[in-house]
Design a binder for this molecule. Sequence first.
Ligand SMILES: [Zn+2]
Length: 282
Amino acid sequence: MRRLLATALLPYAQLRNTLSPGLRVLMYHRVAHLAAYDQLTVSPARFAQQMQELSSHKVVSLEDGLRAIQAGPLRKPLFAVTFDDGYLDNLTEALPILQRYRIPATIFVTTQFCDQALSHPRYGSQPTERLHLNWDEVIALARSPGITIGSHTRTHPYLPTISDALAQQEIATSRSEIAAHLQQPVQYFCYPSGDLSPRELQLVRQAGYAAAVSVAPGVNRRDADLFQLKRTEITDRDDVSQFRLKIAGAFDPIHRLLHARRTRRFAQKHLKPSASFEATTL
Ligand SMILES: [Zn+2]
């Protein structure tokens, strides 16, 4: 149903891409073979198909893409690739495919996942195999051509629900921890689950990041908020024809509606009534 609707919307999306091209940031998490479908995991074969298709477009690092949209109107659409959470498979499965197609990427790591002190709860508290990159691997990735490391906090919390002091630590301390391991500054931040409030925007700016990515769908043009960059989620269900529709932006109107509903639900659950929110922030 969504695919049919997106197909109908394609001419409109193509016209917008021609008249006003932007930077589309693709969002990935894992690249792995899993027995069951997982929305955050793309199989290596599917990922290779998607990267082959993407390589027929102009794919840039986040840094080059942001510089290009700020410099003036683009002549054609640009694409950037990102990965959240710092999974080991980003190194073992995704990197060789990215290298094959010469595609740059930004990997957002959670520092306590790299410490192997915590792991993403989605895959169980004690996964049978190591799930996340360790620091040696993060350093190796940072040295690979085209790979940028960004921060995805220390413990992957729902940022808007924690205290000011903790939020500050999650955002600023993660940046300094990663910088200490890599011996280079960290420019980009990624909000866990994409959830943020005005406080997080302010903390991310204060911590010295150059930009931050959200999960709001769409494309980034010159007027983009650099601290709430939009992204396009790619899944294993995106075969070549659906991937083409997605990267053309034909799904954007549908995804905007779904995202607005999700954001409303999150606010109702976590940010109201204000009394309980304040209680948790003390
Ligand atoms: Zn995450």
